[in-house]
Design a protein around this ligand. Structure first.
Ligand SMILES: Cc1cc2nc3c(=O)[nH]c(=O)nc-3n(C[C@H](O)[C@H](O)[C@H](O)COP(=O)(O)OP(=O)(O)OC[C@H]3O[C@@H](n4cnc5c(N)ncnc54)[C@H](O)[C@@H]3O)c2cc1C
Length: 369
């Protein structure tokens, strides 16, 4: 599977990365179809809906290979489709919803996005304001979703919205929303990195969808999303391991060739000690990530480790990015794209991971949570 994935990356992605980065967009349907045809968008999904019916370890192998794509935007888009948008639908959705939304997502015919964050609520998921109000057999949706990956090209959104007046953890539902529904408008967000990724601000104004588009139980959306975040954390980390390897090895090659003061940059002890240290840290992260995946596949609660690896992956990616950027001096090339995108993967919610560690018993005062 990794070999198949590597072939797609080598033939259909890496040669075009610089062009897509410059355009600030990549052809998501064209790229996803390649992965869909190879079975990689439904590795852990049921064969009844076009999946391969394998466990998360096989997903992990492919996710790690995606880290060899020479930018951050394209693998992020694929990982969103593989592990962040369809997990709840696959687990809790009705047969009708799965046929309508999951089957084409697995086949690579549909691009999917996840609508959780809002302009006023990113880390604070419980506080989101988007409302989906019942009207007969329909829901009427009003609100906004912000920083939504894949959203400008997406065929449907897995939307988290408030569907009742209950408390903030019991009033939310996940809803399949076709992105061509009347009342949806989209605005592209320009970013400092991950340029090829399609990130949008999405407005919902009296958008009408059937109430049967709610995934699973009405009111269980917050819980489903928290469970879906588990795979998101592992996916994000797995996608960074090979990216970090790549940045380090290209930096080693470059600093070996580049001369200053009569010797290679790499010949300075500080430089090779630092690169060796960062490579060691990435191997430690890899080992902990595999342990997390094993626990998850074994059916154990992997929330604590999944939170730890995502925190460490973000921190390490930023450290590798900062360090290697200095070693490259003023030379800008494709590796630099990856370095900057590595930095961007440090999404700003470290406090959430610390909170989770406390809840899961790492902190001496854990009983207070
Ligand atoms: C490239 C990119 C792609 C994204 N894709 C998606 C997507 O597809 N779907 C989606 O729903 N969202 C997406 N997001 C949004 C992402 O999930 C949020 O950016 C993230 O959850 C943080 O929210 P925020 O940006 O509002 O930061 P804020 O919540 O405003 O946080 C800002 C800072 O304050 C800190 N902070 C907040 N609360 C506390 C606290 N209680 N204690 C201490 N510190 C605190 C945070 O750690 C952070 O450093 C994406 C973001 C980016 C950058």
């Amino acid at each position: 599977m990794q070999a198949t994935c590597a072939k797609i990356i080598e033939t259909d992605i890496n040669p075009f990365v610089e062009e897509w980065e410059a355009k600030e967009c990549f052809p998501a349907h064209q790229v996803f179809k390649k992965f869909g045809d190879a079975g990689m968008l439904g590795i852990d999904k049921s064969p009844e809906y076009g999946g391969l019916g394998l466990d998360f370890k096989y997903m992990a192998a492919v996710m790690e290979e995606l880290g060899t794509i020479k930018c951050g935007g394209v693998p992020m888009a694929i990982l969103v489709q593989m592990a962040m948008t369809c997990q709840a639908l696959s687990r809790y959705g009705s047969d009708e919803l799965k046929k309508q939304f999951l089957v084409p997502a697995i086949a690579g015919d549909y691009v999917v996005c996840l609508g959780v964050s809002e302009p006023g609520h990113g880390s604070d998921v419980g506080g989101i304001k988007t409302i989906a109000k019942k009207s007969g057999d329909d829901l009427i949706i009003n609100g906004q979703k912000m920083w939504i990956t894949n959203s400008l090209q997406a065929d449907w959104m897995c939307l988290l919205a408030n569907t009742s007046d209950a408390s903030q953890y019991k009033n939310k539902s996940l809803i399949c929303v076709p992105m061509d529904a009347k009342g949806i408008t989209k605005q592209k967000i320009h970013k400092i990195g991950n340029h090829s990724s399609d990130t949008g601000l999405i407005f919902f104004e009296d958008v009408r969808v059937p109430a049967k588009n709610i995934i699973g139980e009405q009111g269980a959306g917050f819980l489903y999303q928290m469970l879906q975040f588990q795979e998101e954390r592992m996916a994000a980390t797995l996608g960074l391991l090979r990216a970090i390897d790549g940045v380090l090895s290209e930096t080693i090659d470059y600093t070996r060739e580049r001369k200053a003061f009569g010797k290679s940059i790499l010949d300075n002890q500080y430089v090779y000690f630092r690169l060796g240290e960062l490579a060691t840290e990435n191997e430690c992260l890899r080992a902990l990530t595999y342990q997390t995946v094993d626990m998850f596949v074994d059916g154990q609660d992997a929330t604590r480790l999944a939170s730890m690896i995502k925190l460490k992956a973000g921190r390490l990616a930023r450290e590798v990015g900062d360090t290697c950027l200095q070693f490259w001096g003023g030379n800008i090339n494709a590796t630099i794209i990856l370095i900057i995108d590595c930095n961007l993967n440090t999404l700003p919610n470290a406090h959430i991971f610390y909170t989770l560690f406390c809840r899961y018993g790492l902190h001496p005062r854990s009983e207070r949570f």
